[in-house]
Design a protein. Structure first.
Length: 161
């Protein structure tokens, strides 16, 4: 990579892959969840993630690039950790739900960090159309994190106690 534009493309590929992999893991998480509110949050998350993939495709298009992913080792590590957590807990219930929320928040925080960086870089490069979509992606990830936090603090964590 020779310049900031190359970094933008690299991180976009990373996030495109990450969002697609996250979407593939949602059904497993829905089966593992006990809380109806968490199941609903996961369904909402799946819808949001599908929209995020479409926004990423529009960012690629705005930059004149074909949408493609590149393996995101960070996300693969988080997914592996979530699978290990489900095995270690071994039963559906409030503790597992609390662990699932924590995992989802880790994924959201990764997205917030990446989308925030991409937005700053696209702004620096004067990529107005890309910044619009990246701003939507960042706000979407922040909103999902707030929703998960509320879900945890208003019930799931208390039930797991």
């Amino acid at each position: 990579m020779d310049n900031l534009n190359d970094l933008v493309i690299h991180f976009l590929k990373d996030m495109y892959y990450a969002e697609q992999q996250s979407l593939r893991f949602v059904p497993e998480m829905m089966r593992a969840a006990q809380s109806a509110a968490l199941k609903q949050a996961l369904e909402t998350q799946a819808q949001m993630t599908r929209a995020q993939v479409q926004y990423l495709e529009k960012v690629f298009e705005a930059l004149g690039k074909r949408p493609e992913g590149a393996t995101c080792e960070a996300l693969l590590g988080m997914l592996k950790e979530a699978e290990e957590l489900l095995k270690d807990i071994g039963k559906v219930g409030p503790v597992q739900d609390a662990g699932l929320v924590a995992h989802l928040q880790s994924v959201m925080h990764y997205g917030i960090a990446r989308y925030g960086t991409l937005l700053a870089w696209a702004t620096e490069l004067g990529q107005k159309q890309a910044t619009e979509f990246l701003g939507l992606l960042l706000e979407s990830a922040r909103k999902a994190d707030r929703t998960l936090n509320d879900l945890a603090t208003e019930g799931i964590n208390k039930e797991a106690h």
